[in-house]
Each structure stands twice: as C-alpha cells, then as structure tokens.
Design a protein around this ligand. Sequence first.
Ligand SMILES: Cc1cc2nc3c(=O)[nH]c(=O)nc-3n(C[C@H](O)[C@H](O)[C@H](O)COP(=O)(O)OP(=O)(O)OC[C@H]3O[C@@H](n4cnc5c(N)ncnc54)[C@H](O)[C@@H]3O)c2cc1C
Length: 491
Amino acid sequence: MANVGIVGAGLGGLSAAIHLASSGHDITVYERNATAGGKASEISSGGFRFDTGPSLITMPFVLRELYDAGGAEEDERVELLPVDPICRYFFDDGTVLDAASDEQAFCAQVAALSPVDTDAVSRFLDYSQRIYELTSDIFLFHSLTDLKSLLRWKHVKTLLRLPQIDAFRTVHEGVQSFFHDDRLVQLFDRYATYNGSNPYTAPATLNIIPYVEYRMGGYYVRGGIYALVRSLVQLAEKLGVRFHYETTVEAITTKHAVVQGVRTESGIRTHDAVISNADAVYTMTTLLEGSRQAVASKKHHYETLEPSCSGLVFLWGVRGRRDALAQHNIFFSGNYAEEFEDIFVRHIPPADPTVYVSITARVDEDHAPEGCENFFVLVNMPYLTEKNRDYDWAGYRDSVLSRLQQAGVDIETDIVYEEMITPADLEQRFNANRGSIYGISSNSRNAAFLRPSNRIRKPRGLYLCGGSAHPGGGVPLVLLSGKLAAEAVMR
Ligand SMILES: Cc1cc2nc3c(=O)[nH]c(=O)nc-3n(C[C@H](O)[C@H](O)[C@H](O)COP(=O)(O)OP(=O)(O)OC[C@H]3O[C@@H](n4cnc5c(N)ncnc54)[C@H](O)[C@@H]3O)c2cc1C
C-alpha cells in the first residue's frame, strides 16, 4: 500500500484520489482553498446560485467509470440531464439557430439556414467520429509517455496515419472544407475553444469535439455542476481519503532526485509519491523544490508551453425571464478571425467578443428567486501577459451587455446581483498559470506531445494530473488525467 499525497482538490485530484483509494492506497489531499472543486466552484448569494466554472459536461461514460471504480451506489451518483438544444446560437447578422441534440432535427435547422449545406453536418460528424475512433485510445485513454503503450501496434498504426487524423490542417481549414455558409464555419470553429485553443492555428484533429458533443451528448448535472464535486468528495471520504483544506503546499520536497513529500505551514509530510493537481507549469517551475534554479538555467521547457485562453466571467442575477434564451446560448462576434487575433496574437481583450450565457435556473428553479434568473456569462480572454495584467476588466462590462443587446436581450436595468471573476482571479485563487482556463493550449501540431505527462521522470515519485497535464482540459479529460496519474503511481 502506498502513502500518496495529492496537491489540490480539483476534479483531476478528486479522480486520482478515488482511483487510488479504491485500490487500497492511503491518500491525503491538500487544498489551499476552503472547499474542493478548484475551477469547478459555486457561489450562492442574494437568493441566486451559480456554478462559476463548467456548465456543460461531455463524455458521460468517463464519470460513470469513475463512480464504478469507487464503488458508488446509485444514490451517490449525480443525475446527468441531457441538454436540448445543446446551444442556441445568435449570429451577428441576426440569425438564430438551435443546435438540437437530435442530429436529424439539427440537420433540418441547418438545411433551413443554408440549403447547400443540408448534408454537411452528418458528413462532418462522420469525419469527426473517424478522428475520434483513430485517436481516442492513444491520445485520451493512455499516457503518451507510457512506452509500452506507445509501442502497441494499433498505436504505432495511429501515428503512421497522421494525415487521416487531419493533423496537417487547422481546425478552421478542416471545418471550412465541409461548410459553405460562414455561420456554420463559425459554429464548428468554436469547438477549438473547448480546450481554450485558437481554431485558426490548432490542428484539425481537435475536430473530434463536435462528435463527442453531438453524438455522445452534452449534459448538465441536476442541482448544478458543483453537485458533482460534492458527490466525488463524499465518495473519496467514504473510501478513506483525508482532506486538508486551507492548507497550501509550499513545496514538493525531494532528496537525491526522489520525491520525499510536501511542505506545508505545519511542516514536512512524507509520502511515497506525490500527485500534483495544481497547474503543471506552476508545479514544475515554482512548487517543485529546486525548480526555480532549473528555470533560471533553462533546464526544461515548461515555461515555453503556451497557456490556453483565459476567461472573464460575470455572474448576473437578473429580474424577469428572457424567453428568447435557452439554457445555453452563444452570441457570436462579427469577425471570429479578428477575435482570435486579439486573444492569442495581440493578447488584448477582444474588441468584438463572442459571449456565452448559461442559465441553470431553467432546470433548477431554486437557483434564482421567483421571477428572476441566474446568468453565468463567459467571454474568452487572452491569458495574462505583462501588457494586459492591469486591464480594467470592469470597463469591459459594456461590451458584453451591448453584444447581448444587439441580439435583442436587454438586461442592464434588470441586473439585481453582480459578481465578476477576472483572469487574475483565476490565477490567484487556483494558481492557474497566467489565468488559463484549460491549462495548456493545443495551438500547434505538436502540442499533444509537448503536454506534460502524468509521470515525471525526474524527480522520481512525482505525478501530474489536471487540465495542463495529459490528456488536457475540460471535465472529462481532467477526470481521465486523474485516472492515468493513479495508474502510473500503481505501476
Ligand atoms: C469559467 C470556466 C468555464 C469552464 N467551462 C467548462 C465547461 O463548460 N465544460 C468543461 O468540461 N470544462 C469547463 N471548464 C474547464 C474545467 O473547469 C477545468 O478543466 C477543470 O475543472 C480543471 O480541473 P483540474 O483538475 O485541472 O483542477 P483545478 O480546477 O485547476 O484545481 C486545482 C486545485 O489545486 C489547488 N492548488 C493549487 N496550488 C495549490 C497549492 N500550492 N497547495 C494546495 N492546493 C493547491 C487549487 O486551489 C485548485 O483547487 C471551465 C473552466 C472555467 C474556469
């Protein structure tokens, strides 16, 4: 039985804890905040309740597998509710399109919008599915540094089939080759942002995401996404995991290139292995003992990994009900290419933003007082740089409100509760590298191979999980990363 310390109670850390504890290992989790969940947090105030991070969950089988591994009873699992329409899209030209969860219904909507693209959605989803089938086993369900796994013949075959997984075009080029209508190109380009990447530079392999969402489904958790965090903490505790909240790990200590344990305010705690669920770049450049010297002598590449985009969140309690809105809504900018130039090239808040709005009170009525709704509003933002660090985020509010107003959604005078979460807040609260939402971006063809792996070779005994480690960001992938890190510890 190993005695394992886990730094961080984000979803990746919770997944690792459950996988290890269910195999009989002795697990201690250190979390600097007062509650678990990390970026998947919640706020309740003034009769309103908001999830402050994820609002849509995909790949439900990953969660099922985690519950199964932990031996969760039926009543210990959250209820996943299919979202329909998956999203309502408001385009800059005034067009509104519902992406129905039923593929035929979605195709019918697309046919009405752009008759020439009638068959394109199904053809695109077939292509997306093909990439998923070719890549998921090697890129999602196994560790890329597990040599034995890489040498399996089917994985070697995948690597030999790089052109078939569309790694040589960008997401945008891939999407554009299927659709004539620019609005549909914008809609499917958007999926690159599901791991915080730029559709104009990220490899078209990321075009697997629409398959995952449309053919496996998009889900909301009854009671709010935070109910998922609560259920995983309870399951972990039942398996004997110990949680130390408000306990910052100051360093991961080592001796002769082997991990010894962690140092907190109350001293050094020894562990056979340490899994860091904190951001991988932060872990390898700050938290790991001796890492600052390694950075200074340029001994590793972690600082050169491009973070994913960040985000600006407004939590608005709004009087009245806007019938024009669905549970999930996107208000697209007029020029998507310019928006990503602002975010990833100029590193400035987009002059013309795309705005996402999710309203959980549409399903859970008690998330807002009677006659009101809870608006979770997210705008993609550049990761923090010296240039944008002191930006006046509050001043950006007007750009967001006017994007909604342009689509006929006028809420400004009805906002009765308000909270803002900035990129700097994400950095400060969760040690998210430069405020990134998803960890590392996938903006280049080799990003998947440069992504920090779940097992660090030196020092021995250090493992990574979470959005910035393999296989990447977003709820299902960080749950998988926790599983891969746990498996690596057990190996
Ligand atoms: C606004 C927003 C919207 C999102 N929307 C979606 C969505 O709709 N769907 C989706 O799938 N994903 C979404 N995501 C992404 C998803 O939330 C993340 O990928 C996921 O929650 C990250 O989990 P993680 O395991 O990487 O841990 P994190 O959430 O990064 O947690 C790491 C934990 O480590 C702790 N920690 C850090 N340093 C230390 C230290 N030194 N000592 C002790 N503890 C430490 C932190 O406090 C934190 O609790 C969204 C994220 C945000 C912010």
